[in-house]
Design a protein around this ligand. Structure first.
Ligand code: ATP
Length: 260
């Protein structure tokens, strides 16, 4: 069995008196696509934010391999190879789609800000490389024709895809996706399913996926961790989790679950 790449050990997060996540432990193995599911407010985004350093745990620890991520700044975690998307779109509206993607690649390119300002040859070469990689990533989503369009000219669904392409441009080891199917049309959901699969097969990316759309979860995830009121109530294959009475009760409520 492949070793764990991400490890959550008894992780809790309190917001004042509210326990958003309570002593949760689970692991994401190298190359795995792990789903985080649960009703609204169950703690999925909080776990995503804990993994990427947007918030620090009240208790417990998070590791990537041997490195402790607990309390580490988001940019440091990103440098270790953890990319993420947000529920709310975060593109730069005044930039083109290609420029939005190129921006994500800046830390990995050689010539730096000063060279870019002076338009030195190395910066121009980096720009060309960045544009090439942006087009390559956009092609995964069938969006390469939009490379020179303003980001805001795209539909919300297309902009979500651009966020995924932007994350992939950073060549992540782990990609944390926060409800990527939200606002996508059915054909785009199918494209998303295909692309998440290819993230692993073509790019070797490990995926932590918080998602409500069960078609996505059941098609792409190897395993799901199910949350309810900040507690982990299941850690199983998707087909097993959806048949688990505790999971059914969390989604439907106790009375309806008995009826179901
Ligand atoms: N910054 C915050 N300050 C206070 N409470 C918060 C904060 N972030 C989340 N919460 C609360 O923590 C709980 C878990 O929220 P979280 O957003 O993690 O759930 P979720 O499962 O992602 O929900 P959804 O599916 O609706 O996105 C909720 O009760 C929420 O109101």
């Amino acid at each position: 069995m492949t070793p764990p790449l991400l490890r959550f050990d008894a992780v809790s997060k309190h917001f004042g008196g509210l326990v958003a996540v309570n002593a949760i432990s689970f692991q994401v193995r190298q190359g795995e696509i792990l789903g985080l599911i649960g009703p609204n407010g169950s703690g999925k985004s909080t776990l995503v934010n804990l993994a990427t350093g947007e918030c620090a745990p009240t208790a417990g620890a998070i590791h990537m391999g041997d490195i402790c991520l607990t309390g580490m700044a988001p940019w440091r975690i990103a440098r270790l190879g953890v990319a993420r998307t947000f529920q709310m779109l975060r593109s730069f509206p005044s930039l083109t789609v290609g420029q939005n993607l190129a921006l994500a690649m800046q830390p990995g390119l050689g010539s730096g800000y000063c060279a870019s300002v002076l338009r030195m040859a190395s910066a121009r070469r980096d720009d060309a490389q960045a544009r090439g990689r942006a087009i390559e990533m956009l092609r995964l989503f069938g969006l390469e024709r939009f490379v020179d369009e303003p980001a805001t000219a795209l539909s919300i669904g297309q902009q979500r895809m651009v966020e995924l392409a932007r994350g992939l441009c950073t060549r992540p080891r782990v990609f944390v996706l926060d409800e990527p199917a939200a606002g996508l049309s059915p054909p785009m959901v199918e494209r998303l399913i295909e692309v998440i699969g290819r993230m692993r097969t073509d790019h070797g990316v490990t995926v932590l996926l918080a998602e409500h759309v069960m078609r996505v979860v059941q098609t792409v995830c190897d395993r799901v961790v199910v949350l309810d009121y900040g507690e982990k109530i299941a850690d199983a294959k998707p087909s097993e989790a959806v048949a688990d009475p505790r999971v059914i009760e969390a989604y439907l409520g106790a009375g309806k679950a008995a009826h179901a």
